[in-house]
Design a protein around this ligand. Structure first.
Ligand code: SAH
Length: 252
């Protein structure tokens, strides 16, 4: 039997966000690989092997899953959100690029999921209704100067932006620095959304002006959306304001 590797997006939280296609891939797999908390979201099934690993071990995890599939098994690598967004799909392809020739002959299927920024955006209105970009604030895989430059240029170019990996114990000051850079480029009233653990029981949402945005308001489970100059709030009586970025933009 020939092996196959699925790279599956679980969505942002509870099972209702999992697509039927992702559910079918998890069902079909004989073995599951993934970061501990993501694997924990997949119900145990008799006869299905599970290989949980630490967060930092992406390439090793990708290699182990590829070797397992190359041995003839149907293997699923799970990711939170979408596997192509700051997650395992790129790590798997990186391992294929550097790995033995037989890995290139493997069937690989990337199964998309709802990524964090889309879940956060949907909770608050339409902050990504016009052009936007996504930036990981982690400087594990790129220098922070690159992050700063991208923030500045994205703000100047009129993009709304979504930040992934906004803080960690090893990166305590970077998010405050990011807000500082943005305050140099954008009006203080631009809406900033902090969406934490969206789609889970402990979900928390907070919307405030860029002037008031601070690093301590986020943790590792937070995805932040910073509006563009056009992004604004539509106030409603007795209901939360809707955050939106109009579909059209002027010549700025
Ligand atoms: N592949 C994932 C992102 C992995 S990077 C996806 O597509 O969503 C990890 C970062 O994703 C976290 O630091 C956080 O910024 C964001 N994130 C993941 N799940 C989230 C959730 N339920 N709510 C808010 N942010 C989330």
């Amino acid at each position: 039997m020939s092996g196959k590797l699925y790279v599956v997006g679980l969505g942002p939280g509870e099972a209702r966000f999992l697509t039927p296609e992702a559910g079918a891939a998890l069902e079909a797999a004989e073995a599951l690989y993934g970061y501990v908390p993501y694997l924990a979201r997949v119900p145990e099934r008799a006869g299905q092997q599970r290989f949980a690993s630490d967060n930092r071990e992406e390439l090793a995890r990708a290699g182990a899953a590829l070797a397992h599939a190359a041995g003839g098994a149907r293997v699923a690598m799970v990711s939170g959100g979408d596997p192509g967004v700051f997650a395992m799909a790129a790590a798997v392809i990186e391992a294929i690029e550097a790995g033995p020739a037989e890995w290139r002959a493997l069937e690989v299927e990337i199964v998309p999921g709802i990524t964090a920024m889309l879940a956060v955006a949907a909770r608050t209105g339409a902050p990504l209704g016009h052009d936007f970009c996504a930036i990981s604030l982690s400087d594990n895989l790129k220098p922070f100067e690159v992050v700063e430059r991208r923030l500045r240029l994205a703000a100047q170019a009129g993009f709304a932006m979504a930040f992934y990996n906004p803080v960690s114990k090893a990166r305590p000051w970077q998010l405050d620095r990011a807000f500082e850079v943005l305050r140099e480029e954008l009006p203080g009233g631009v809406p900033v959304i902090f969406g934490r653990a969206v789609g889970r029981a402990d979900e928390r949402l907070r919307v405030l002006a860029l002037t008031h945005a601070r690093g301590h308001m986020a943790d590792m489970a937070t995805c932040i959306i910073v509006g563009s100059v056009e992004t604004r709030l539509v106030e409603r009586p007795g209901l939360p304001s809707l955050v939106y970025t109009p579909r059209s933009a002027g010549p700025r």
